[in-house]
Design a protein around this ligand. Structure first.
Ligand code: FAD
Ligand code: DHB
Length: 388
């Protein structure tokens, strides 16, 4: 098989890149290890920045997001028994939208299939060859048969555990990493939302987050041991923990309902540089990870591939690789801002096992500063809506 751009991974990064290239008349093939049903059912992110919405809308895949997504003009920070609203729109002129990642995936898969895009699911054994030459290729197995794609470029959109980052030539690489030693326990609950806006709560027992999905489904998270197992958590234990962490002086309580999904994710910050070598480029979680507190992961995946699509368009239309050469520098600017913000939000709101009493008081004081200083609230709001 021959194509212009071989894309590994059909997450938001890989699917959107393939679609953006198609809009510019550039051919691609996407190889995905999981099934279509699986990628369309995996529950992950929920928060889209305005810039992400604009990219999806301008690419013609935003209709359902606009109709079904919920626009949020503020978030709440809860601590010391009180809730404090951060008015995102008043402070920045912008808002965010809650629209689940798997719905974005469904919209992108539908657009690719409608355009007869080549999207191979349940592929295994992906191997990269010749990425330091002008004629790279990708070997793989699909439906029991070995295949090979000859391409001009290979783009690694295969997430943190993928095969493309390890295939980057080792020389000159630098990885930056921080493990937090805690994770998030996430649940999906059949019940009306407890709050119109997202609530980020700091409590002595640990962080908790109240988010939504639809008018009948809530998404709730609480800080946990990443090595814990969902089977250790009965529904009653989960509700007791959420009520304890979200208890409030004004008597507000989180709505209970049937819990129909539980999962645990670890929290880490990670950046691998450079994001390119020869004809191989990385985008999204394949190149960097943020802890979910700042809600930035999917937004970064989208902004990476928007840059790559521009670079590839310039390459094919004008024969210039100037933008492609500048990809790492351009992408990392935004990536590091998001890394900083996600680390900061995580540090502000979680309990750390090794925190001294002094550090705990400073953390509480910092939260008080954020909700009482317009300047600090504006800094949080600007980063949260992605105005950087
Ligand atoms: P992925 O979505 O990981 O996609 C990679 C794809 O590659 C997968 O489909 C995988 O199956 C495939 N693949 C892997 N290896 C191979 C291989 N060898 N061959 C072929 N295919 C392969 N981000 C936000 O912006 N806002 C949020 O609110 C938010 N909340 C989150 C909450 C949780 C609980 C979690 C876990 C994440 C959250 N994120 C959030 C992060 C966001 O989900 C990720 O950053 C995003 O999925 C990254 O997209 P991606 O396309 O780079 O990678
Ligand atoms: C959601 C996830 C996040 O990481 C976050 O910061 C806010 C909301 C969510 O899944 O709804």
């Amino acid at each position: 098989m021959r194509t212009q751009v071989a894309i590994i991974g059909a997450g938001p990064a890989g699917l959107l890149l393939s679609h953006l290239l198609h809009l510019n008349g550039i051919e691609s093939i996407v190889l995905e290890s999981r099934s279509q049903a699986e990628i369309e059912a995996t529950i992950r992110a929920g928060v889209l920045e305005q810039g992400t919405m604009d990219i999806l809308s301008n690419a013609g895949v935003g209709a359902r997001m606009q109709a079904e997504g919920a626009l949020h003009h503020g978030i709440e920070l809860a601590f010391g028994g009180q809730r404090h609203r951060i008015d995102l729109t008043e402070l920045t002129g912008k808002a965010i939208t809650v629209y689940p990642q798997h719905e974005v995936i469904k919209d992108l898969v539908a657009a690719r299939l409608a355009a007869q895009g080549q999207l191979l699911f349940e592929v295994s054994g992906v191997e990269l060859h010749g990425v330091d030459t002008a004629a790279p290729s990708v070997g793989f197995i699909h439906r029991g048969e070995a295949g090979r794609i000859e391409a001009d470029f290979v783009i690694g959109c295969d997430g943190y555990h993928g095969v493309t980052r390890p295939a980057m030539p080792g020389e000159g690489r630098q990885d930056f990493k921080r493990d937090y030693g805690f994770g998030w326990f996430g649940v999906l609950v059949e019940s009306a939302p407890s709050s119109e806006e997202l609530i980020y709560a700091r409590h002595e027992r640990g962080f908790a987050l109240v988010s939504t999905r639809t008018p009948t489904v809530q998404r709730l998270y609480f800080q946990c041991d990443p090595a814990d197992h969902v089977d250790n958590w009965s529904d009653d234990r989960i509700w007791a923990e959420l009520h304890a962490r979200l208890e409030n002086n004004d008597g507000w309580r989180v709505n209970e309902g049937r819990i129909f999904q539980k999962n645990i994710i670890g929290m880490r910050s990670f950046v691998s540089t450079p994001m390119q070598s020869g004809r191989l480029f990385l985008a999204g979680d394949a190149a960097h990870i943020v802890p979910p507190t700042g809600a930035k992961g999917m937004n970064l995946a989208v902004s990476d591939v928007a840059l790559l699509a521009q670079g590839l368009e310039q390459f094919y239309r004008q024969g210039s690789d100037e933008r492609l050469q500048g990809y790492t520098t351009a992408a990392l600017k935004r990536v590091w801002r998001a890394e900083y913000f996600s680390w900061w939000m995580t540090s502000l709101l979680h309990t750390f096992a090794d925190a001294t009493p002094f550090q705990r008081e400073v953390q509480r004081a910092e939260l008080e500063c954020v909700v009482s200083s317009r300047a600090m609230a504006t800094a949080l709001a600007e980063s949260y809506v992605g105005a950087f």
